[in-house]
Ligand binder design. Structure first.
Ligand SMILES: CC(C)(COP(=O)(O)OP(=O)(O)OC[C@H]1O[C@@H](n2cnc3c(N)ncnc32)[C@H](O)[C@@H]1OP(=O)(O)O)[C@@H](O)C(=O)NCCC(=O)NCCS
Length: 146
């Protein structure tokens, strides 16, 4: 039987684990950035929008999101997934899927049906992952000042 993944709200004590996962993934450690980001999540953002995944009694993944209302000319409220990360030793075990499903379900509980994220065209890994967990290319076009 596969071990169960436990998803819960994110807290300040998760800082070290999040810094470690990003460091293992990108080679960059940003404790100050994540400290501020967690404070923002705990004070301003809805609690259901920042999640931790545990497996083997340790933090193995995280998801940061937010809700947005009447943004970018869109009607209604939208939930955005801003960043998701899974410890490299715990990938391909369904951790990120569980995080996205919990996020989607909690957004639904708050009357939000539209879940958006942004993925770089150069990042096939994330594009393939989001396609696997039920996302498709949307109708927004990303512009940047040249
Ligand atoms: C992409 C990522 C979130 C996937 O996490 P994961 O826990 O391994 O994903 P899951 O096991 O839940 O996989 C869900 C589905 O996506 C697929 N998938 C996962 N990683 C994939 C990849 N790299 N390429 C293609 N498909 C992928 C799985 O096969 C699975 O599909 P299936 O159920 O049909 O088999 C993880 O690899 C990661 O954290 N990458 C780094 C992301 C990053 O740079 N974050 C910012 C810094 S931390």
């Amino acid at each position: 039987m596969s071990k169960s993944i436990y998803i819960r709200a994110l807290h300040a004590e998760d800082l070290a684990a999040i810094v470690d996962i990003e460091d293992r993934t990108t080679g960059i450690a940003r404790p100050e950035y994540w400290k501020e980001r967690i404070e923002l999540s705990e004070s301003v953002r809805p609690h259901w929008a920042s999640l931790i995944a545990e497996l083997d009694n340790r933090v193995v993944g995280f998801l940061f999101g937010k809700r947005g209302e009447l943004e970018f000319g869109l009607p209604g409220t939208i939930a955005w997934i801003e960043i998701i990360g899974v410890h490299p030793a715990y990938r391909h075990k369904g951790v990120a899927r569980e995080l996205v499903e919990q996020f989607t379900s909690s957004a639904g509980d708050h009357g939000i049906k539209n879940i958006f994220t942004l993925v770089s065209k150069d990042n096939k890994e994330m594009e393939n992952f989001f396609a696997k967990v039920g996302f498709a290319e949307g109708k927004l076009v990303h512009f940047q000042k040249i």
